[in-house]
Ligand binder design. Structure first.
Ligand SMILES: [Zn+2]
Length: 71
């Protein structure tokens, strides 16, 4: 596991760099990072879903309006 700060190669089990004591990415760190990305990702997904619903509703409404106008 390479230190992101000083580039020193540390053994995989280490949580801190042997040279500069920078916190290294560990299995626990990766596990902790997953809920973070999930929390960031979920509202984005929800916004995308909402946008899709709105666009679909607008298209359906426009098609319905066109159908009514052409009839
Ligand atoms: Zn380091």
């Amino acid at each position: 596991m390479r230190c992101p700060k000083c580039g020193t190669e540390n053994s995989p089990g280490r949580t801190l760099c042997v040279r500069c004591s920078t916190r290294l990415r560990t299995a626990a760190g990766v596990g902790a990072a997953v809920p973070d990305t999930g929390e960031v990702l979920m509202p984005r997904l929800r916004a995308d879903l909402l946008r899709l619903v709105v666009v679909t509703a607008v298209v359906v409404a426009a098609a319905a309006a066109l159908g009514t106008l052409l009839r």
